[in-house]
Design a protein around this ligand. Structure first.
Ligand SMILES: Nc1ncnc2c1ncn2[C@@H]1O[C@H](COP(=O)(O)OP(=O)(O)OP(=O)(O)O)[C@@H](O)[C@H]1O
Ligand SMILES: [Mg+2]
Length: 282
């Protein structure tokens, strides 16, 4: 991982169409190349809305997002998004579903290049022999592998994942977490994963951001890798259990977003200090 940011967001605020009150405001963050960031926060606080803005699916009310130093106005080719629902089209095969993110003229791929990308993405997620199956023939884990393959086929530098494994059983979820980390590292990509599962965040992410307040902001941040080691990590080590307790306490304390330009704040232990992300982007 380098400190070179692949994504940088400055002072974002956003409200949904028809709503006056902002869903979130004063959100600034950056994602380093190769970094996996987990985004936690209580239901309804605006995590999915933030992901939409960061990935170019929605426009902020104010502030800016840049991807590789370019202003994001729509989802760039170097970004893929994986949703909680695998969003497979039932009338298309596994291979056709995996190739859906490539069907843009602006990507400039010929058929051979497209087929090759799909085949290698499906091989990476372990579905080489299932390419002719249809969604109704897939387990939930297989369907989410197709969604991951669809994201990978775009050869993204940055993958956004919105609760991608929440519908899976515990063992399948753990397999998918390991696969995600392995593939993100293999391709030198970065990822932002929204999750309600603190253990998932502790297992797969280099850094956790906590969203909260009304309007929401980034209210906590934990740098994990220096303390807990490389991802994917073992669960329930003494250090991760301590951190888990601290995050749960922060989640349940109805945090208020840290004011812009505030000094480092929100000490969670001697080892872990949260910072308002404005600091990082300055
Ligand atoms: N399309 C929409 N139109 C209007 N309001 C919306 C829309 N989508 C979400 N909201 C509202 O925006 C707020 C944030 O929603 P969002 O889905 O971003 O939260 P979240 O943190 O992802 O929640 P969860 O953890 O339950 O997925 C909520 O109050 C929600 O009702
Ligand atoms: Mg959501």
């Amino acid at each position: 991982m380098t400190t070179d940011p692949v994504l940088q967001a400055n002072d974002l605020s956003f409200s949904h169409v028809g709503r006056i009150a902002p869903t979130f405001e004063s959100v600034s963050l950056r994602v380093a190349r190769g970094e996996i960031v987990a985004l936690l926060g209580e239901s309804g606080c605006g995590k999915s809305s933030l992901l939409s803005v960061l990935s170019g699916l929605a426009r902020p009310r104010s502030g800016s997002v840049s991807f590789n130093d370019r202003h994001v106005l729509a989802t760039p080719h170097g970004i893929s998004v994986v949703f909680q629902d695998p969003c497979l089209l039932p009338w298309l095969s596994v291979a056709a579903n995996a190739g859906l993110g490539l069907d843009f003229n602006s990507m400039g791929l010929n058929k051979a290049e497209r087929d090759s990308r799909v085949a290698s993405a499906l091989a990476e997620v372990g579905l080489s022999t299932d390419t002719t199956l249809y969604p109704e023939q897939l387990s939930g884990g297989m369907a989410q592998r197709v969604a991951l393959a669809r994201a990978l086929a775009r050869q993204p530098e940055l993958i956004f994942l919105d609760e991608p494994f929440s519908a899976l059983d515990a063992l399948t979820r753990e397999d998918m977490q390991s696969l995600l980390v392995q593939l993100v590292h293999k391709h030198g990509s970065s990822a932002i994963i929204v999750t309600h599962d603190i253990d998932e965040a502790l297992r797969v992410s280099d850094r956790i951001l906590l969203m909260g307040g009304a309007p929401a902001g980034i209210v906590g941040e934990w740098q994990l890798t220096a303390v807990l080691g490389e991802v994917p990590r073992k669960r329930y080590t003494p250090a991760s259990l301590q951190l888990r307790d601290e995050i749960i306490a922060a989640l349940s304390s109805d945090p208020t977003p840290v004011a812009e330009n505030a000094p480092a704040a929100f000490i969670v232990s001697d080892s872990f200090t949260t910072h308002h992300t404005m600091e990082e982007s300055s």
